[in-house]
Design a protein around this ligand. Structure first.
Ligand SMILES: Cc1ncc(COP(=O)(O)O)c(C=O)c1O
Length: 462
């Protein structure tokens, strides 16, 4: 049917004049069915088919598709680019900037790329699971090379399309092998988590996390909600530097979270997008994941190298599934590959080589840790300066110390939607409407300006 219609469209035909005759009778957007009803008795089938195709081609087949809303995070950057104000600040997207507010390519990344050029590496397809050298170093970096999960080959590691792609692969695994199981996610969380689970058709609900009264962790609420979730739920946890709040549980609180998850036979699912970037130490930032692994629990961990190696556009990360036996891990890995193959076939090689060169080379690894400490240190220093400026400018007695207690790239200011809009509309400070600011996009020179904007928005906008 379809091919005969295509042939009839391609042939020079008298149908053009027929099409013209039909035009006034058909409304724009008239469907094929309406057309067929109209002509059912008066036109021969062959001609009718050809006419229907020609008319439908006049109207876009995509007519019913509505305009999607701009992405709440990436849309902020678009608006920022269009603003010409000299003091404008982009605190929307979580990407590291230098003190001059310029993007930064790490020196170790340049060195690793030079090594790759010298070696004259080819561009052959990678296997579905990714670059073997990358998969080895990424799991070791996460768990520690001497961890029993590594030594006993109990981790199924598959290279993913950065953090997002790795989360998406894990979501597909959940959808296929745990039908009906729920993922519980913190409220609030990184905006894309909900999209990922929605698109993978994995049911999710939220557990309490943020307490607006203290601008801190609602630990009791979190524990109560994790306990109340159906047994065997997946609990999505931010390994460190919770996005968007910047509020992490303390080591003692992590132990209690692990207790409850074990008690309820839930499966912990970590999102580690900031290893090394939160505290400046790769090991310290992996301690939450390692606590769960050391208890012998089966866990999922998505990793990203966007932030800690500044490889945003290279789309490099991994999904790790810790299983109770090596045999199970081998089977899980085979299924992850099976899910990846029809989605994107196999992952890109460039970022994987950079990571394996940096992490696998003692000299570059040492340099990376130094650079990461510098990046984390710059963020800590603007955090301190913003706090000092707020205290100096705001005479109301408001306690701003929550800013210092938060960790990582972000600060959750506690500003509401209207106040956040005032930040953008009046002060040209671009940020997400939930009150989150990325301190990685702030320079010391602009801390006072930002403090003025926050104090004005907080006190003068309800
Ligand atoms: C919590 C969290 N998870 C995952 C990601 C994924 O980032 P990417 O896909 O660039 O690795 C981000 C990025 O901002 C994030 O904040």
């Amino acid at each position: 049917m379809a091919s005969s219609a295509m042939i009839s469209l391609a042939s020079p035909s008298p149908s053009l004049s027929l099409k013209d005759k039909l035009k006034p009778k058909l409304k724009l957007g008239a469907s094929v069915n309406q057309t067929s009803l109209f002509f059912k008795d008066s036109v021969k089938t062959k001609l009718f088919t050809r006419t229907t195709m020609a008319v439908a081609a006049d109207v876009s087949r995509f007519e019913n598709i509505t305009m999607a809303p701009p992405d709440p995070i990436l849309g902020v950057s678009e608006a920022f680019r269009a603003d010409t104000h000299e003091m404008k600040l982009n605190l929307g997207v979580g990407a590291y900037r230098t003190e001059d507010l310029q993007p930064y390519v790490l020196n170790v990344v340049k060195k690793a790329e030079n090594l790759m050029l010298e070696r004259g590496e080819n561009k052959e397809y990678l296997p579905i699971e990714g670059l073997a050298a990358f998969n080895k170093v990424t799991a070791e970096l996460l768990f520690g090379a001497e961890n029993s999960v590594i030594l006993q080959h109990r981790v199924a590691t598959v290279q993913g399309l950065s953090g997002t792609g790795s989360l998406r692969l894990a979501a597909a695994l959940i959808e296929r092998y745990f039908p009906g199981a729920k993922v519980i996610i913190s409220s609030p969380t990184w905006g894309n988590h909900k999209n990922i689970f929605n698109d993978a058709r994995v049911p999710w609900s939220e557990y309490r996390y943020y307490d607006p009264n203290t601008v801190g962790l609602d630990f009791d609420g979190m524990i109560a909600d994790v306990k109340a979730a159906p047994e065997g739920s997946f609990v999505l946890l931010h390994g460190c530097a919770h996005n968007p709040t910047g509020i992490d549980p303390t080591p003692e609180q992590w132990k209690i979270i692990a207790d409850v998850i074990q008690e309820k036979k839930h499966i912990p699912f970590f999102d580690v997008a900031y290893q090394g970037f939160a505290s400046g130490s790769l090991d310290e930032d992996a301690s939450s994941v390692r606590l769960f692994a050391d208890r012998g629990m089966e866990i999922l961990v998505a990793q990203s190298y966007s932030k800690n190696l500044g490889l945003y556009a290279e789309r490099i990360g991994a999904i790790n599934v810790v299983c109770s036996t090596a045999d199970t891990a081998a089977r899980v890995k085979s299924q992850l590959k099976r899910l990846a193959r029809p989605m994107y076939s196999n992952p890109p090689v460039h970022g994987a080589r950079i990571v394996s060169n940096v992490v696998g080379n003692p000299e570059l690894f040492r340099e990376w840790k130094e650079e990461m400490e510098l990046m984390a240190g710059r963020i800590k220093s603007v955090r301190q300066k913003l706090y000092d400026s707020l205290c100096a400018k705001d005479k109301s007695g408001k306690d701003w110390s929550f800013i210092l207690q938060q960790i990582g790239m972000f600060s959750f200011t506690g500003l509401n939607k209207a106040q956040s809009e005032n930040m953008t509309n009046k002060w040209h400070v671009y940020m997400t409407k939930d009150g989150r600011i990325s301190l990685a996009g702030l320079s010391s020179a602009k801390c006072e300006y930002l403090a003025d904007a926050i104090v004005d928005s907080y006190h003068n906008v309800s």
